[in-house]
Design a protein around this ligand. Structure first.
Ligand code: 9UX
Length: 74
C-alpha cells in the first residue's frame, strides 16, 4: 500500500514554486505523487505519496534543490 507523508515548506508563493517542488520531489525513487497546499506568506503543506517510506533527508534535499526550505515535519 502507498504511504503518505506531510512536510511544511517555506518560501513558496506561486504556482511555479509548486511546480519546482513537485518536480524535484517526484524525481525521488518511489515517489508516486506530490500535492501542495500553497500558503503564500506562510508554510505550504506538501504531501508526498510513495510506494515505500521516503528518507526525510531525501525529502529535505529535494526541497532545498528546488530552492526552498523545510519548516518542520508536522
Ligand atoms: Mo513564483 Mo516562486 O514567480 O519562488 S516561482 S514566487
Amino acid at each position: 500500500a502507498a504511504v503518505t507523508s506531510d512536510v511544511l515548506v517555506t518560501g513558496m508563493t506561486c504556482s511555479h514554486c509548486v511546480s519546482s517542488v513537485t518536480e524535484e520531489l517526484s524525481a525521488i525513487d518511489g515517489v508516486e505523487g506530490v500535492s501542495v497546499d500553497l500558503n503564500a506568506g506562510g508554510a505550504s503543506r506538501v504531501t508526498i505519496r510513495s510506494s515505500t517510506p521516503i528518507a526525510p533527508a531525501a525529502v529535505e534535499a529535494a526541497v532545498e534543490e528546488a530552492g526552498y526550505a523545510l519548516a518542520s515535519s508536522p
